[in-house]
Design a protein around this ligand. Structure first.
Ligand code: ACO
Length: 344
């Protein structure tokens, strides 16, 4: 009887921009303190992509993942990028990555929108292509440049996020290593807990609308109120509670499907949103502290970049050994949530 085909992580890579923005620097931008940010979130600094675009960050991370897997761009048969801050509205950032890395023409490349769950959604999709035998090797990337969708005058959101990218090479294998179980979930009814309307909506309507100078004062006020700011908006408290609940449920689902228990987990690599959300999740799973990986103090919440950046760091720090059971979990706008259990 043939062995089951699995998708295993053959290489990891990440990239964060050069520019560091510390909590201290944020003190001069908005009414906040280093102490507030550190105690409420665990974040000390974040990286800002001043000159790097989403494609630049994705390409750097992917190059490192290819190197770590010991494969070349010519070996890649699928590119999936989780992002909500793509290079352009179209083409996809995945197509830009394909071109920049010299991945063969004809190889499918597409983006996936699931906010902070973007990388795990992309991993889940790529895994299905691999285990069904359609492709042998996939490049899976999570990248976000939230600095472009943040209102830098809003202290309740601007202190939380940073920019960055992470990538993995996923390969088909008949060995024991690989993804044992993964799940993806959404609830669109709760979209307004966390969203970013984006810019440039309905330019036709705007150009054809009555000119501002022709309007009465009250009409001006009314249209200003109607204008939706393009930036990220969030109900912090509500998000916090739902995040813990859904992440714990998603992890339990993955553990059950993988036929392992929380005790078997060597390392939990969660989406790096907030230290208190991560701690609450860890406690509900009764996982010891040393089995949790956190690096949000250095990068803040990098959305889809968060898990693959953390994975890359954990791996390079020697925190992951062959045979270890690793758990990923994420939560994000949509709402979306997702988890994956794998044997390294
Ligand atoms: N500095 C100083 N004070 C602040 C700041 C700030 N940066 N931000 C808010 N405050 C104030 C508030 O105005 C409020 O003041 P008030 O009591 O006078 O009204 C007070 O601090 C408490 O505010 P809360 O919102 O209740 O603070 P809380 O302890 O809930 O922490 C936080 C806020 C950090 C946002 C928390 O709710 C959280 O982390 N939520 C989850 C957010 C998250 O992870 N989102 C990302 C999800 S993933 C994705 O898809 C993007």
């Amino acid at each position: 009887m043939g062995q089951t085909l699995r998708a295993k992580i053959a290489g990891t890579g990440s990239y964060v921009p050069e520019k560091v923005l510390t909590n201290k620097e944020l003190e001069s931008m908005v009414d906040t303190t280093d102490e507030w940010i550190t105690t409420r979130t665990g974040i000390r600094e974040r990286r800002i992509a001043v000159s790097e675009s989403s494609t630049d960050m994705a390409v750097h991370a992917a190059e490192r993942a290819l190197k770590s897997a010991g494969v070349s761009a010519a070996d890649i048969e699928l590119v999936v990028v989780g992002t909500v801050t793509p290079e352009m509205t179209f083409p996809s950032t995945a197509c830009f990555v394909q071109s920049r890395l010299g991945i063969k023409s004809g190889v499918p490349a597409f983006d996936l929108s699931a906010a902070c769950s973007g990388f795990l959604y992309a991993l889940d999709v790529a895994e299905k292509y691999i285990v069904s035998g359609i492709v042998k090797r996939a490049l899976v990337i999570g990248v976000d440049r939230f600095s472009e969708i943040i209102d830098w005058t809003d202290r309740s959101t601007c202190v939380l996020f940073g920019d960055g990218a992470g990538a993995v090479v996923l390969s088909g294998t008949k060995g024991k290593s690989g993804i044992m179980a993964s799940n993806i979930h959404s609830d669109g009814r709760k979209w307004d807990m966390l969203y970013a309307p984006g810019k440039g909506r309905c330019p036709f309507g705007k150009e054809n609308a009555k000119k501002d100078s022709d309007k009465t004062e009250s009409a001006k006020k009314e249209s200003a109120e109607k204008e939706t700011p393009p930036y990220l908006a969030m109900s912090g408290n509500e998000t916090f509670k739902v995040a813990v609940r859904t992440m714990v449920a998603s992890i339990k689902e993955a553990l059950k499907a993988a036929k392992v228990s929380a005790d078997d987990v060597k390392l939990l690599i969660p989406h790096q949103a907030n230290q208190r959300i991560i701690e609450a999740t860890r406690q509900r799973l009764k996982l010891p502290k040393e089995r949790l990986f956190m690096n949000l103090d250095k990068y803040g919440n990098t959305s889809a970049g968060s898990i693959p950046i953390a994975l890359d760091e954990a791996y390079r720090q020697g925190r992951i050994k062959r045979g270890d059971i690793i758990l990923f979990v994420a939560f994000g706008g949509g709402l979306t949530w997702s988890s994956a259990a794998l044997r390294w």
